[in-house]
Design a protein around this ligand. Sequence first.
Ligand SMILES: Nc1ncnc2c1ncn2[C@@H]1O[C@H](COP(=O)(O)OP(=O)(O)O)[C@@H](O)[C@H]1O
Ligand SMILES: [Mg+2]
Length: 287
Amino acid sequence: MPTVTSIINLKGGVGKTTITLALAHFLTLEHHKRVLVIDLDPQTNATVCLIPEREWQRRDEAGLTLYQLFADAVKGTHRFDADAAIVRDVSNIAGGIKGLDLLPSSLRLIKVQDRVTQITDFETYERGPIFALRDALAEFLPYYDHILLDCPPSLGVVTLNGLAISDSYLVPVVPDILSVLGIPPILDRVEHFAQRTRRNIRALGIIISKMRAQTILHNEMERRLREDFVERRFPPVFRTVVPESTRIAEAANVLAPVNTLQQKYGNGGPMDELSALTQEFLWHVSR
Ligand SMILES: Nc1ncnc2c1ncn2[C@@H]1O[C@H](COP(=O)(O)OP(=O)(O)O)[C@@H](O)[C@H]1O
Ligand SMILES: [Mg+2]
């Protein structure tokens, strides 16, 4: 069975999508893993970084995105077809990477999430479509080595569907005061969900993201994060730090014609860090 990992934080803009995409690219191209990215965020950032926006739109209109899965839950229909919705061999590297697949999100998830929220019990999780994603993907997951779930900055029904198939999660944080304060509530909420649904969801680690090594604040917050781990209050902080880098931001462009990881992420740029991050991720999941 695959390793299923949610990339989660209640804050937006902390690098969740960027880290999900980097892991997906390095796992497939440097480690020859079969990877499925599931985009749970209605902002559809991961989706439009892996397939052109036009293709996403066509698929969304045809009911081939996660919108359809939750619309079914609301309407009692069974239209969602996971096999048809999964886009194979995505990314702009060399016209598509063999073994890198995507289950696209939809802007329309926002509306449908409001509807499913009304029929969900967030204390017991016994009422509401918490396991819709699990049931829809059951026969497809074993094909992959890794499933990466790019979560929205909330713990609504859609994110819970992701956690319901996850055996681990990663928390990207920008090393500043508000981001660090935001970590304990995430750990608590995931633990609450895991206990109530009798699952084990391992906090794989915290990833320091968008690090500006020349600032005192970022260095101070990195030191504090690592000390908090020593005191056992937080999950381990990854040794590898993702620097703030224009090359990383530019790599999001799926229309750029590139042929290699080096061309996408830049020679001498953040290639080494992202490669090290992926190796560290593999080390953590293997433990
Ligand atoms: N390491 C980085 N260096 C530079 N820009 C980054 C980096 N990580 C993320 N960004 C940029 O910051 C913004 C938010 O990142 P994103 O990954 O979308 O965060 P989230 O998914 O947590 O909302 C995006 O514009 C992205 O391009
Ligand atoms: Mg995002």
